[in-house]
Structures are given as structure tokens and as C-alpha cells.
Ligand binder design. Structure first.
Ligand code: MET
Ligand SMILES: [Zn+2]
Length: 764
């Protein structure tokens, strides 16, 4: 085996940096290209400008521009897609020549589909709120390296601009572990051969280090059994390490603990391993002995949350690792900084004190450098870190005795409702619903008028009264539409909500919202997570007036709409100084009060959405139960104060439900609606088999595209559902909320939904 020589790994680095741009420049460039207002060249120019800005900016922040400390990790849409494209893994159904470089129109087509071709599936990336495009790798999918691929071009671009970067790609094991298709792992050797060609081309252009991201190695939740995953890592990295003339290889394992796979990787011949020491542990001495001489990259600065690092604690761990490990140790972030906003400096509206506790991407680069310099050279940063910690611990609102007393006094009785069949009888008596009741998931289209009114209110251009009038007008219109369509359980349409989490975060104590804290969710889509910094309480009712107004306009039941505790946590930056289960209880109690107030206003149906229930499932199997226990408990706590004759609904979407089916049952909601249209109701028999006996509303309309489902199609889906559950259990609804849809397709689709239901009812 050849022994390539590599310059030493840089002492300080980050595993990746946000690529959307501080003012979402990439989003704008992509969307104007997609809409046809700009050309492919315009898009490429904008992207090159952003990359240039990032390199210069990271250099200015103090990362070394000459030693591969600055990652080149750009992607136009998604890093998994970009890596798949680099190794030519393009499904044949797109009709794209996989052996040549593809243009941005074709690249976009893979991500977004077109009239004839469905896009690649989009799904959640590990335990984050980022979504990747699922590679399709079957026995016949082409796999061949495409010379001049993205990583090479980006490296060369940087080099020509005077910056020697470290190309970042998704590693072969993770790429296959995430792929769908018949036995993707069977293609490992071919995939590795493609990556070998990438390594050779990178070496030819002068790259000294390359980073392979392998988060699949820290998770038990994938489809590949543990032993096979370990074996695949062993095979893949032995082969990659054996490539003649290649850059040094860094394997990064973000989001969790490598455990026994650390020793596996250490034995393959790669030069460096990046450990997530925020989520994971320092390997024990036995494992470290296997890694003698290797560079370990200590991920001590959290790339996945926004709190300033405790530099003393991190320095202490760094010292422990340095003492225990016989080889170089570098400092890095635990994950790519993709998951955090650019800089706290932009947040001029946040309270000064809260601001001082935060570190976004740029501040985290500073923390990595301070840790690398050490407590003496970076004395000022270390002192500030200590001050901030003390300040945070004692700041008003972080710990509130009234909130703690309430959570401390909870008992099992607080999560129990009356028996489900007694509830069902009381609810039917009150609501008097027909068989197969029809409803929607909550939101109706968010029109540009609504968005404008919100922006005007923010800028003070319209008064609160004027804003309220706009919202009430919209509620009235939505109620009228639903009445005309003949739906059974109506909603107010959520026109007052910019976002289903942020709306509540703005009204609850303990949360703050940012101005520019955008984080890429997928492609051009970004979210602005709220920051949960203190004990949570509800100063005043949050949804009651809107719901009461809607109910006053109709004789039909109107469903109150709340976002559940787990989803509120999953889509916010959560505090790191209190166990999540306790935070969830605090949020649940606030929601419990809201449920009581909705009941007091005469609302008989209340939905608590938990679309993120699956998302927070820990990556390691032995932690699943504890998570499911607290997440289910918090939902029950939020809802179980409801009287028997109040019908509690929940809604889940986005994910495979398999692993959480029992938990869904455990929520105990009277009615559960789930995304199901694309999978042709697959979840219904799964629920039935699990013994689920309460109401089920499997979605019959895939709301992710403007396509209107036909009446026949919905009749067919309902038939499938009825094959698995009795009619008394079945509800009819779309897959999810309608806020991204237009009114035309909404009206047409709901009309078909009602017509199909009537047809099926007649045949019962
Ligand atoms: C992502 S789940 C969305 C549920 C919410 N009630 C809505 O309809 O928009
Ligand atoms: Zn949904």
C-alpha cells in the first residue's frame, strides 16, 4: 500500500458553514432562476460570489486560508444530492446523462421534479431539521465518477482565489445507508471506486485533505443492520485509504457517538477522524490505542445549537483527549454550522443580555480558535465565557419558581382522561357527526394580502385594530368556503400565524425570536427557529379570540388549533441547561391552560399538532424509550385536562411512522390525522395491527403539489383505508395544512374530497 504524505491537519477548523448566505442570497438566486427571471449563468455567478464571500469571511475570522482549515462544502440545493451527482448516481427515470457534468436545470429537476417526473424524495437529516434528497440506488443505477465534479471545481476555484480549502463530501457508507432502492449496499464497491477517482482528481489539483461526512455511523435508526454498517465502513475506508496519490482523509462523524466504529475506522488507514464531543464521549484508552498516530479532530463547539460554549469545560475535555491520545489533536465544531444562523451581530433587536449568551456560526469560529489557543493565550475569551455562564444561570426568567412548582407537583393523574369509549359517546352526543366526518388539518392558503398585512403591522404601517380586521375578514371567508363545500368540522384557517411554532413562541414567556436567524431547511427553504432560553409560561390566552370568532360564524363545530410541545421544541433552539423532558412539561402546561380556555369559549374539538414527534427520536436505540416516554407524556399533559365531551385531535406528518406507531397510540388522542396519500394509506393497516382503536384520518390529498386529486382517486384511497379499519373509526382529511397551496386548487380538491366521502358513505 502506498503511504501518501500529507501536511499536518490544521489545528483549528469547522466541519461546514451555512451556504444560504447571511441575507439568504442563495435562496433568492435559486428562486429567480427557477421562475425564469434569471439565467443559469446568473445563478452560477451569484453562487460563486457567495463562496468567495464565505472564504474571505472565514479567513478574516481567523481560519487559516492555506492549510485546508476552510471547508469547501457548497451545494446548490443539498449536499447529499451534490455528492450523488458527483458519483453519477442519477436515477434513469430522469433521462439525464449521468456520465457528464449536469447543468443547473437538470440538477434542479432532480430536486424539484417537473410535470412528468417526480423529484427525489425529501426527508429529515438525522436528528436535525435539515432535509436531504434521498438517493435512489438500485442494482442498475449508474455509478461512475464524473470528472470535474462539484468538489473538484470548488477546490480549484478557491485555489485560484488564493485559498487552499478542504473539500467536503458525504461519505460512501452514509450515501448508501440513506439511499432507497433494492439493496443499495450491494453497490458499495462500485461507489468506492467512483470515490477513488474523485480522490485522485482532487490530489491532481493539489488538494491535501478531503472530508467524508459519515453521520450514518452514529445512528441505529437506518435500514442497514449494525454489523453490516460496521463492515461497510471497514471495507469502504480501507479501499479509499489504499488509493495511490490521494489527499489525506478525514472521516467526520457528527450528531452522535461513534462507539465501536471508532476503532473500526481507526484501523482502515485513514489519517483523521472527527468526533462529535458534544453528543459523544472521548473514546476509551483501548480504542485510542488503535488510533495511535492518527489525527483526532475534537468537535467541542456545538454546531447544532446556539449557546456560547463553556470554554473551560471544553478545554478540560480537550486536555483529557490530548493526554490520552498518542497523536495530534485538532479543534473543531461538532457538526457543520449549517444548522445555525450566520451571526449574532445581526440580531440588534434581541435583548442585550440574551444576545451575550449566544454564539451563531461566526461566533463559533471564534470559540474554536479560542480553544485552540488555550486558556492563557485566549484569556479574555475564557474569562468572558465564565461571566456569561454565571450571568445566564442567575438571569431573571431562566428559572422561575412558579413554573418549577407546577411541574414539580405533577402526578400520573395529570396525564389521564376518562375511558376512550365513554369519551367517544359523549363527543358524538355533543357533535352529532355523520360517518366518515370530513375536516382539514388547520391552515388555509396564506395569501399575499395576509403576508402584506403582517409586514405592515410589523413596520407600524397599520394599527393592531386594522390588522385584526384583515385577519377576521380572512377567517370569515374561510368559514364561508368550508360551509359552502359542506365540510363537517371546520377550522379558522390559521391566517394569524406566520409559522406554527413561532406564533406560539412570540406569545409564550421564555422564548425569543430572531430577525435574521435563518437556517436552511432544504433547497431554498429556510426557517427561523425561535430561541427557548427560559422557563416557559403563558401570560395570556393565545388562540381563543380567533377561534371564538370563527365559531360565532357557524353552527358547525370549529376545531381549535395548537402546536404540541414536542414540535415546539423540535423547531426551536432549545436551552441546554434543563432536560428536554422538563422543558416539554413546561410547554405542555401552557398548552393545557390554552385547552381549558378554548373549552371555556365553547370549543368542542381541539387539535394539538405533533408533526415532529418522529424527528426528535434519538439516533441510538437504547435512548428511544426514554424519549418516547417524555414526549408522549407531554402531549398527554397538554390534552388530558379536556373534558370527556371535548374531542382531542392530533396530527402527524413528514415521516415514516413505523418506529413511533405505539407512541402515536399512546398519545391517546380521540382522532389522529396522518400524512398517508403518497404511501397509498400504508399507515392505516399498521395502526390497525398495533391495536389502534380511536379515530384515524389518513390523508387523502397530497398537499405537497398543486395537483388536484380526483374524486375517484379519493374514493379509491378511502376504500383502501376501509379495508383496514371500520367505518366508525375513519375520518376524511388532507395530508397536512393548506398554507402553501392556492385557493383554486384548495377549493377544487376539497370539493372532490367531500364528493368522494358522500359516495363512500352512500355505499356503507
Ligand atoms: C406541519 S403540520 C401543519 C399543521 C397545521 N395545523 C397546519 O395546518 O398548517
Ligand atoms: Zn402536517
Amino acid at each position: 500500500m502506498s503511504q501518501p504524505t500529507h501536511p499536518t491537519f490544521p489545528a483549528a477548523t469547522i466541519l461546514g458553514y451555512p451556504r444560504i448566505g447571511p441575507r439568504r442570497e442563495l435562496k433568492r438566486a435559486l428562486e429567480s432562476f427557477w421562475s425564469g427571471t434569471t439565467t443559469e449563468t446568473d445563478l452560477a455567478t451569484a453562487a460563486a460570489g457567495l463562496r468567495e464571500r464565505t472564504r474571505t469571511h472565514l479567513t478574516d475570522l481567523g481560519l487559516d486560508p492555506q492549510t485546508a482549515a476552510i471547508p469547501s462544502d457548497f451545494s446548490y440545493y443539498d449536499q447529499v444530492l451534490s455528492t450523488a451527482v458527483a458519483v453519477g448516481a442519477i436515477p434513469e427515470r430522469f433521462g439525464i446523462d449521468a456520465s457528464a457534468s449536469i447543468n443547473l436545470a437538470d440538477y434542479s429537476r432532480l430536486a424539484r421534479g417537473d410535470a412528468e417526473t417526480a423529484p427525489l424524495e425529501l426527508t429529515k437529516w438525522f436528528d436535525t431539521n435539515y432535509h436531504y434528497l434521498v438517493p435512489e440506488i438500485g442494482p442498475d443505477t449508474p455509478l461512475q465518477y464524473v470528472p470535474g465534479s462539484g468538489p473538484v471545481a470548488e477546490f480549484v476555484e478557491a485555489k485560484e482565489a488564493g485559498v487552499h480549502t478542504r473539500p467536503v463530501v458525504v461519505g460512501p457508507v452514509t450515501l448508501l445507508a440513506l439511499a432507497k432502492g433494492t439493496d443499495p449496499l450491494a453497490r458499495l464497491d462500485e461507489l468506492v471506486a467512483a470515490f477513488q477517482k474523485l480522490l485522485v482528481e482532487l490530489a491532481e489539483t493539489g488538494a491535501t485533505w478531503v472530508q467524508f461526512d459519515e453521520p450514518a455511523l452514529v445512528s441505529d435508526n437506518g435500514t442497514i443492520p449494525a454489523a453490516q454498517l460496521n463492515d461497510a465502513a471497514d471495507r469502504a475506508y480501507r479501499a479509499l485509504a489504499a488509493t495511490a496519490d490521494r489527499p489525506g482523509i478525514l472521516v467526520a462523524a457528527p450528531y452522535g457517538d461513534l462507539r465501536e466504529r471508532f476503532a473500526t475506522l481507526a484501523g482502515t488507514g485513514v489519517e483523521a477522524i472527527a468526533l462529535d464531543l458534544v453528543k459523544g464521549e472521548i473514546p476509551d484508552d483501548g480504542a485510542l490505542a488503535q488510533a495511535r498516530g492518527l489525527t483526532l479532530v475534537a468537535g467541542l463547539v456545538d454546531g447544532h445549537n446556539v449557546w456560547r460554549t463553556d470554554l473551560h469545560a471544553a478545554a478540560e475535555r480537550l486536555q483529557r483527549l490530548r493526554t490520552a491520545h498518542d497523536g495530534p489533536v485538532s479543534v473543531a465544531t461538532s457538526t457543520s454550522l449549517l444548522h445555525v444562523p450566520h451571526t449574532v451581530a445581526d440580531e440588534t433587536d434581541l435583548p442585550e443580555q440574551l444576545r451575550s449568551w449566544l454564539a451563531f456560526a461566526d461566533e463559533k469560529v471564534g470559540e474554536v480558535l479560542a480553544l485552540t489557543a488555550g486558556p492563557e493565550a485566549a484569556a479574555e475569551a475564557f474569562a468572558a465565557s465564565r461571566t456569561v455562564r454565571a450571568d445566564r444561570a442567575s438571569a431573571p426568567g431562566v428559572r422561575r419558581e412558579d413554573v418549577r412548582r407546577r411541574t414539580g407537583a405533577l402526578t400520573a393523574a395529570d396525564t389521564e382522561r376518562a375511558d376512550a369509549s365513554a369519551r367517544a359517546a359523549a363527543q358524538q352526543e355533543r357533535l352529532n357527526l355523520p360517518p366518515l366526518p370530513t375536516t382539514t388539518i388547520g391552515s388555509f392558503p396564506q395569501t399575499s394580502d395576509l403576508r402584506r398585512a403582517r409586514a405592515q403591522r410589523r413596520k407600524g404601517e397599520i394599527s393592531d385594530e386594522q390588522y385584526t380586521e384583515v385577519i377576521r375578514g380572512e377567517i370569515a371567508r374561510v368559514i364561508e368556503l368550508q360551509t359552502e363545500l359542506g365540510l363537517d368540522v371546520l377550522v379558522h384557517g390559521e391566517p394569524e400565524r406566520n409559522d406554527m411554532v413561532q406564533y406560539f413562541a412570540e406569545l409564550l414567556d421564555g422564548f425569543a425570536v430572531t430577525q435574521h436567524g435563518w437556517v436552511q431547511s432544504y433547497g431554498s427553504r429556510c426557517t427561523r427557529p425561535s430561541i427557548l432560553w427560559g422557563d416557559v409560561s403563558r401570560p395570556a390566552p393565545m388562540t381563543v379570540e380567533w377561534t371564538r370568532y370563527a365559531a360565532s360564524l357557524t353552527g358547525k363545530p370549529v376545531k381549535g388549533m395548537l402546536t404540541g410541545p414536542v414540535t415546539i421544541l423540535a423547531w426551536s433552539f432549545v436551552r441546554d441547561d434543563l432536560p428536554l423532558g422538563e422543558v416539554a412539561d413546561q410547554v405542555a402546561l401552557a398548552l393545557r391552560d390554552e385547552v381549558a380556555d378554548l373549552e371555556g369559549a365553547g370549543i368542542g374539538v381541539i387539535q394539538v399538532d405533533e408533526p415532529a414527534l418522529r424527528e426528535l427520536l434519538p439516533l441510538r436505540a437504547e435512548q428511544h424509550q426514554a424519549y418516547l416516554d417524555w414526549s408522549v407524556r407531554s402531549f398527554r399533559l397538554a390534552t388530558s385536562g379536556a373534558a370527556p365531551h371535548t374531542q382531542v385531535h392530533t396530527h402527524l406528518c413528514y415521516s415514516e411512522f413505523g418506529e413511533v406507531i405505539d407512541a402515536i397510540d399512546g398519545l391517546g388522542a380521540d382522532v389522529t390525522s396522518l400524512e398517508a396519500a403518497r404511501s397509498a394509506m400504508e399507515v392505516v393497516p399498521e395502526l390497525a395491527q398495533a391495536g389502534f382503536s380511536r379515530g384515524i384520518g389518513p390523508g387523502v390529498w397530497d398537499i405537497h403539489s398543486p395537483r388536484v386529486p380526483s374524486t375517484e382517486e379519493i374514493v379509491d384511497l378511502l376504500g383502501r383505508a376501509l379495508a383496514a379499519v371500520p367505518a366508525q373509526q375513519l375520518w376524511v382529511n388532507p395530508d397536512c395544512g393548506l398554507k402553501t397551496r392556492g385557493y383554486d386548487e384548495t377549493t377544487a380538491s376539497l370539493r372532490n374530497l367531500v364528493a368522494a366521502t358522500e359516495r363512500v358513505r352512500a355505499a356503507l
